[in-house]
Design a protein around this ligand. Structure first.
Ligand code: ADP
Ligand code: ZN
Length: 729
């Protein structure tokens, strides 16, 4: 008799599993990772087996039997990973396990299954009938001829020969074909962009050395801790990943390649698909439920041996894992913003260590955490001997404000690009037309009714929009306070820059890439392709334009508001700014035509600016780590953030005070509580933040988790929404 410990997949915190069930023979094979439908009181619920046992603490008559096995389930090591996430990120087992199960499990999305179709094969009798000129209808003959090439589904025959299922049924009755049920794969479409080469180029000396050093670590016990591939923009990191992936596959193992949000980096995906073909499964958010399910099953069954995708691809159900690559490891999309707030880089480390896989983190702008902790392999130069583009810092403090958001020097550089028939990328960190609308007569300023922020002018849609809660109202013609009709739209966003550039640089085409345009038809990849096809053009946009794209004709990269990210009251502001400026700079000068970079800034002396101007990550990181050590910030401490929100300000204050008091009692010595501090009101809710800084990670996480759970169980936090974020970004 065997017992399965089953964790219910419900979001109710009160249901504390796992619960024991008796497994009868009739259910077939049940083990850790099997998904079961089980009776629970008077209900039926879905659950996952998290442990198998010989006996239960409950008497046998109290043990129920599961109703049935659901789908394929997942693997034991992924169950471990899901449970670990629940603990490490203060979430629930159901949420942690939800990450590692087949798409659709337990969410009522159970309709997501294999697509089964009838597939036809020609029989010997069928071949003879064709050869002997037996009496066949025209359609029957057409169908049989198609089937000479191999087995086809009804859908495929219909597409090729316009033959319907009644014809096939008659052929089957005559014994000329055989039909059977098969699973049909729903293929993802349109993930990759560009005509990537299918052949590997000859590696440069630096690339070869990097590949050799990485391959030498395969199978190394410490390999799961990670190696930093520190390669400047354009140094050919992707070729290094590909070479190591091929080596891992040759050894009969499998690989995961994580990339930032796929919509933003279609080129990278295209390169993997072109080189590795059908062995690659792609998981990304634009897949239909069916496509996602099928790609997942291809990985689970071993048919696909490489998974490329954004952060959630770290949960790809690959057996015999040998390698996890994290491309652009500095990218903030690796941290999940909703519960569980996991960091895919840490999850990857956990999984690589548990499976004896090699973990490779690649970037031109390493995080201080990685620089401090990891062994490093450098790619110090661009391929083809291209030099890094010179960076000019333009001091906007001295600029005449009447000149507008684009400095004279930037205009000159753009004019030169047009003259020479080249391409430019211009970045500004805000979408919309203008960030402020004010009345010239009375000074009234339009803010969001739900949030303490300005409404942003969107001229295209004729609206004022809140970028926090998406509240939208028509753009007013007169002031709601004094009736004045002179309203000024100050500051600039992508729409205004697009218009300025189009006016000034005509007839050169200008493309805009931001969350508004990429939501349109063709999306993000469509805009990038259009820019790619032009001989000479400008691409203007938000941070999206700085991500890993490789357009050789770009000879100018300009950033108009380099300090936008520097003004955030956050200890990572400097790091983020350095990374953004360096990444944007990296888009320029990727061919023999060379290139340059212009950085408009109000803070030319900030370390993030001066070091980005010299492409000097090492100096930047040395300075940044020194500062962090002094101030006791990560990587020299661990942070946990507790965020509370409520409709009533007194409610949130009371709750925040209570949480802080309980935490003070529960936290280990040396842990420090910062706050509660107010945050700006958002979505009609008042918010408070408590930050815990400590040197003892596991103890502090456990203390925070149990404190909050206890308060929730006491119903002491009614009317409050609460989020715990371990390693907040
Ligand atoms: P990174 O990711 O380091 O910024 P990429 O991998 O995008 O750099 O490579 C930059 C460009 O150089 C790409 O167009 C790539 O195809 C090309 N490339 C990479 N390695 C080689 C090589 N060994 N020989 C020729 N071209 C290469
Ligand atoms: Zn709002």
């Amino acid at each position: 008799m065997s017992i399965a410990r089953v964790e219910p997949l419900t979001t109710a915190r009160a249901l504390r599993g796992p619960f024991d069930y008796l497994i009868p023979e009739r259910l077939g094979e049940v083990g850790v990772g099997t998904v079961l439908e089980v009776p629970f009181g008077r209900r039926r619920i879905t659950g996952v087996v998290v442990e198998m046992a010989e006996r239960s603490d409950l008497p046998p008559e109290k043990l129920a039997e599961p109703i049935r096995v659901v789908g394929t389930g997942t693997t034991p090591d992924l169950v471990d990973l899901g449970r670990w996430i629940a603990e490490e990120y203060c979430s629930t087992p159901a949420r942690g396990l939800g990450l590692v199960l087949p798409p659709g499990t337990g969410t009522g999305g159970e309709r997501t299954r294999f697509r089964v179709e009838k597939s036809s094969r020609i029989t010997e009798a069928g071949r003879e009938a064709l050869d002997n000129g037996a009496r066949l209808g025209a359609k029957q003959k057409l169908a049989l001829t198609q089937l000479l090439e191999g087995e086809l589904t009804g859908r495929q025959i219909a597409a090729r020969a316009g033959v319907d299922s009644s014809t096939l049924r008659r052929l089957e009755e005559r014994g000329l074909i055989e039909r059977r049920n098969v699973n049909v794969r729903r293929r993802p479409t349109g993930a990759g962009v560009g005509n990537a080469a299918t052949e590997a180029p000859a590696l440069t000396g630096d690339q070869r050395a990097a590949v050799d050093a990485l391959v030498a670590r395969l199978g190394d016990l410490a390999a799961g801790e990670g190696v930093l591939l520190n390669g400047v923009t354009g140094s050919g990191k992707t070729e290094v990943y590909l070479a190591v992936v091929e080596e891992v596959l040759a050894r009969g193992r499998t690989a995961i390649v994580l990339v930032p949000e796929i919509g933003l980096t279609p080129q990278a995906v295209g390169r993997f698909q072109a080189r590795l073909g059908d062995r690659v499964a792609v998981l990304h958010s634009a897949l239909s439920a069916g496509q996602r399910f099928d790609e997942w099953q291809r990985l689970m069954s071993g048919e696909a041996t490489v998974c490329v995708g954004p952060r959630s691809a770290v949960f790809a159900p690959l057996g015999n894992l040998g390698l996890i690559v994290i491309d652009e490891e500095h990218d903030s999309s690796y941290k999940q913003e909703g519960d569980p707030r996991y960091d895919a880089r840490e999850v990857a480390r956990r999984r690589a260590t548990a499976t004896g896989s090699l973990l490779v983190l690649g970037t031109a702008t390493p995080r201080p955490e990685s620089w401090e902790r990891l062994d490093r392999i450098d790619l110090p130069a661009r391929v083809d001997g291209q030099s890094m583009p010179p960076v000019e810092l333009v001091d906007m403090r001295e600029a005449d404000p009447r000149q507008g958001p684009i400095h004279r020097r930037t205009w000159e550089a753009l004019a030169e690009v047009r003259e020479k028939g080249q391409k430019a990328i211009v970045m500004i960190n805000r979408r919309g037309f203008a960030p402020w609308l004010t009345c010239r007569t009375c000074g009234h300023h339009w803010g969001c009714p739900n949030c303490d922020v300005s409404l942003i002018v969107h001229r295209e849609s004729g609206q004022l929009i809140c970028h926090h809660c998406n509240h939208a109202e028509p753009l007013p013609g007169r002031c709601s306070e004094c009736g004045g009709t002179t309203l000024s739209q100050t500051g600039a966003g992508t729409q205004r820059i697009e218009r300025l550039l189009a006016e000034e640089l005509a007839p050169m085409p200008v493309f805009r890439l931001d969350a508004d345009t990429s939501a349109g038809p063709g999306g993000h990849a469509g805009i990038l392709s259009a820019f790619d096809r032009e001989e000479s053009a400008v691409l203007v946009g938000t941070q999206m334009v700085a991500k890993g794209h490789d357009f050789p004709e770009v000879t100018l990269a300009a950033i108009l508001d380099a300090d936008a990210t520097l003004r955030f009251p956050d200890f990572r502001a400097e790091e983020r700014t350095f990374s953004l400026v360096t990444q944007l700079a990296g888009r320029s000068g990727r061919s023999r035509a060379g290139g340059r970079v212009i950085v408009q800034t109000l803070a030319p002396n900030a370390p993030s600016m001066s070091n980005a101007a010299t492409h000097d990550s090492a100096s930047f990181l040395a300075g940044e780590l020194g500062r962090r050590r002094e101030l006791g910030y990560p990587p020299y401490s661990h942070l946990i953030r507790v965020q509370l929100a409520a409709e009533g300000e007194p409610d949130v204050d009371r709750a925040a005070g209570l949480v802080a008091d309980r935490l003070a009692e529960a936290l280990p010595p040396g842990a420090e509580i910062l706050g509660p501090a107010p945050m700006f009101r958002a979505r009609n809710r008042y918010r408070r933040r408590i930050l815990i800084r400590s040197g003892t990670r596991a103890e502090s996480i456990a203390a925070v988790h149990s404190t909050i759970e206890a308060l929730l169980a006491d119903r002491a936090l009614r009317k409050i929404t609460l989020a715990i974020d371990v390693d907040p970004q």
